[in-house]
Structures are given as C-alpha cells and as structure tokens.
Design a protein around this ligand. Structure first.
Ligand code: B12
Length: 208
C-alpha cells in the first residue's frame, strides 16, 4: 500500500478505493499532510492539465473532485484536530462567478482546527455579501478564494471595496491562479498557496 495507490484511485475516479487506501495509509502512520498533498491534491493537478489538453471534460473533472472529497472526509477529523476557544473570526468565500470550493473548504477545515471561528459564505459570493458578513460578524479577517483567471478581477474588486469602506479587517487571498505578486498588486494583506499557510497568515494577523 502506498500514497501512489490513493493518487491512482483519484485519477481513476474510484471513491471506494480512495477511502480504503487513505484509511490504510493513516493506519500505517503516514503523515496526514503527505497523504493530503501527494495522494489527494496532486492528482487533481493532473486532471486539470488533462482538461486543458482536451483529454477529458467537466464531468470527469467533477468525478475526480468527488473522489478526492471522499478521501478528504476520512482525513477531516485528523486535520481539524481539537477545537479550542475561538482565536478570532474569519469570513471566507469563493468570489463572484466562481464555483470551485474544494480548496476553500480545506482552508476552512484547517482554520477551524487551529481554533478560529469561520463563517463560510460558500461560492459565487459578490462584494456586497462579503461586506455585509464582515460587518455583521465583526470579522477580524476576510478570506477570498478564486480558481479561475476570469474571476481574479472579482477578487480585486472585493479587496478594493473593503479598503474603500475603511473596514478594519485583514484580507487574505488564495487559489491556484493567485500569486504573491497578484496579492500585492491588489493590496491584499496576505497570500498563501495552501491551507497550512492560511493558518499561519491568520495567526500572524491576530498576533500583530
Ligand atoms: C475540480 C475542478 C472543477 C470542479 C469543481 C468542484 C468543486 N466543488 O470545487 C468543476 C468540475 C465544477 C469545475 C468547473 C470548472 N472549471 Co475547474 N477545475 C477543477 C480542478 C481539476 C481542481 C481544483 C481543486 O479542487 N484543486 C484542489 C484544491 C485543494 O486546490 P486549490 O483549490 O488550489 O486550493 C488550495 C490553494 O489554492 C489554497 N487556497 C484556495 N483557496 C484559498 C483561499 C485563501 C484565503 C487562501 C489563503 C488559500 C487558498 O489552499 C488550498 C488548499 O491547499 C482544477 C485544476 C487545478 N489543479 O486547479 C480545474 C480548473 C481550476 N478549472 C478550470 C476551468 C476552466 C473550469 C470551468 C470553466 C470548466 C467549464 N468549461 O465549465 C468550470 C468553471 C465553473 C465555475 N464557474 O466556477 C481551469 C481554470 C483555468 C483558468 N486559467 O482559469 C482549471 C485550472 C483546469 C485547467 N487546467 O484548465 N472545475
């Protein structure tokens, strides 16, 4: 049994095997983040590349995502850890026009595990909904996710509105096409390429 088996199960859209192999890797003591990154996330990159190359289509991308999620469910309790008193409130969502939520949900899982209270606005969230939720919940941080180059302008518009309103909330951004340079350009307070990095950012914001 190896990480490669989990990877292959996702590529082959085999949920049962994905679940079975993730359990086996946990039992054999493999690091949880290694299982997540190498077994469950890496194959989605391959699926994305095959989609770009026209070798597979949206239904296959969706099946791979569902298989990955089935494996992720097994890891969930281990990733979430034990809840402690809230360390701060974070409003998070995928920006307008974008339906991708796997990465965002992973970020939420790890933020909650680290003791933050997270308000998940879901996907396709417009500027007004972000603003309302930040104000209503007195959020300390707002997290924005985007997976499409076409929705990165919506991320920029959301950060700009928050700054314009003068809300005292830190902004952090992420998602596959988002880079540190883009985050700096749009004036976001932080960027991370993955979920553990999002936790570090959030801790840093609230410590300062
Ligand atoms: C699964 C998937 C789908 C699924 C989504 C299912 C779901 N519930 O999310 C479905 C099939 C619905 C889908 C649809 C589409 N998709 Co799609 N999809 C993907 C795929 C294969 C994987 C995405 C994923 O879940 N990755 C795994 C997660 C864990 O990674 P992640 O999202 O990057 O998140 C991590 C980090 O980025 C970061 N992070 C994420 N969010 C945040 C937020 C904060 C605050 C922080 C700090 C960090 C952070 O932490 C996460 C965990 O480590 C990608 C390819 C890829 N490798 O990205 C294409 C991809 C994103 N899709 C793509 C496209 C084109 C589409 C469609 C337009 C296809 C179509 N013609 O209909 C539609 C768009 C629908 C819409 N309006 O949103 C393109 C985008 C190309 C581009 N340049 O914009 C990609 C890159 C595929 C490709 N290579 O062409 N897709």
């Amino acid at each position: 049994m190896a990480i490669q088996d989990i990877y292959n199960a996702v590529i082959e859209y085999d949920k049962d095997k994905a679940v079975q192999f993730v359990k086996a890797e946990i039992d054999s003591g493999t690091d949880i983040l290694t299982i997540l990154n190498e077994g469950l996330i890496a194959p989605l990159d391959v699926v994305g590349k095959r989609f770009s190359a026209g070798e597979l289509f949206v239904p296959e991308m969706l099946r791979a995502a569902h298989t990955m999620k089935a494996g992720l469910e097994v890891l969930r309790p281990l990733l979430a850890g034990t809840r402690s008193k809230s360390k701060g409130t974070i409003v998070i969502g995928t920006v307008k026009g974008d339906q991708h939520n796997i990465g965002k949900n992973l970020v939420i899982l790890m933020l909650e595990g680290a003791g933050f209270e997270v308000i998940d606005l879901g996907v396709d969230v417009d500027v007004d909904r972000f603003m309302e939720a930040v104000q209503k919940n007195g959020a300390d941080i707002v997290g924005l996710s985007a997976l499409l180059t076409t929705t990165m302008p919506a991320m920029e518009a959301t950060v700009a509105s928050i700054k314009e309103k003068g809300l005292s909330v830190k902004t952090m951004v992420g998602g596959a096409p988002v880079t540190e340079a883009f985050a700096n350009k749009i004036g976001a307070d932080g960027y991370s390429e993955d979920a553990p990095g999002a936790v570090e950012l959030a801790r840093g914001f609230l410590a300062s």
